[in-house]
Design a protein around this ligand. Sequence first.
Ligand code: F0G
Length: 473
Amino acid sequence: MLLAEPYRIKVVEPIARTTREERERFITEAGYNTFLLRSKDVYLDFLTDSGTSAMSDNQWAGMMLGDEAYAGSRNFLALQETVRRYYGFAYMVPTHQGRGAENLLSRILIKPGDYIPGNMYFTTTRAHQELNGGTFVDVIVDEAHDATADLPFKGNVDLTKLESLIARVGPERIPYISLAVTVNLAGGQPVSMANMRAVKQIAERHGINVMLDATRCVENAYFIKEREAGYAGQTIAEILLEMMSYSDGCTMSGKKDCLVNIGGFLAMNDESLYQRACELVVLFEGMPTYGGLAGRDMEAMARGIVESLDYDYIAHRIAQVRYLGEALRAAGVAIVEPIGGHAVFLDARRFLAHLTQDEFPAQSLAAHLYIEGGVRAMERGIVSAGRDDDGNQRYPKLELVRLAIPRRVYTYAHLDVAAEAVIQLFRHRDEIPGLTMVYEPRILRFFTARFEPIAKPEADLTRAREASIASVH
Ligand code: F0G
């Protein structure tokens, strides 16, 4: 039985239908990079779950109560109070989004030569750590790099890896442990409460702080309730508070689990860290009581935080993601197991087994999914991994295409359409060509890199076209 929507629709936004020929033109113009497509040319936009949520009537009502004072806005006070109550941190500075908080945290705490252990990298998080002279060290469990390993808490930190890094470089070279929940690039995989507790114990023993990337913490709390012994009877809010208690602070992209289109914050318990954040936020974001946000945005975020903890909301969200994943799995499509919290990830290595990683299989798969059905997804593989400090190409084990589901936006029927497009593509996967990169930006290249298909003999292309459906719509 479907877990039906715990909301009804009050406002609608029309979306475009395009022909296959149009989509071929659009993706060519976009250099085979789905980031460079225009939103108006996309039918189902699964590029990201970030900033794409539908706000509630209650949040929109809150927008009208924006106090746009330059300092001391009442919406800031409401947000501060909400973060204290539900996240348990004494201090908070708002930022325009998550990476604004990452910038502040990295600048304040990281010195050149430092090491920052984390459970798999995230693009902007690692970029800020490296910009400040730090080296990110991946301490996630090995299985997280294996798309087929089906574990309940595949985002966990490998405690032995963490201990041996501390022994190797010394605790004084580790400003903090960067612990992400529902690890994005591992496939939206959660971290268990037991693991968070153990990480905190190790950190405390060595006098190291734990800073959470709390971006998708509510999804993580749901998985703990569902999968970890002893938590079935606790509320999402109780679980969240305990999760946060095993850290010294967090960066937050409010664009995900706080159910807003823009916003974020840096939170902490240490007063001196807060003071330094207040000094720095003025340079990069704005006054410590607005941090790059309008008063109304802070109000929407405060209300979104409360709504996100509602069990019916989060159960439905996870059910939607699972629905799409299960449809694909049933058709034999290779996906990352188990199905994660915010997205379904196609395993491009297995999907396009005829391509080498240098031919950018996930990039090509994302581009062809757009051509097939107007569905926009995102590469999370070799292009996203980028190059190391010496300019060498990184070769990540995971070569994925992410279909991220915006919160409270699409219906199950939309998910059926998306599944159908992926399955069609899967049927003629042998015909999908690799790509070459014709433009490579130096930082976070995946956003703006451009590609061209590796030329294939004309006969193959014609066959591919005949084999595929003319147009989904
Ligand atoms: N941390 C994680 C785990 C994220 O997924 C993101 C953003 C950020 C930090 C940065 O937050 O975008 O508000 O600056 N992830 C988006 C995504 C972009 O599509 O996964 P931000």
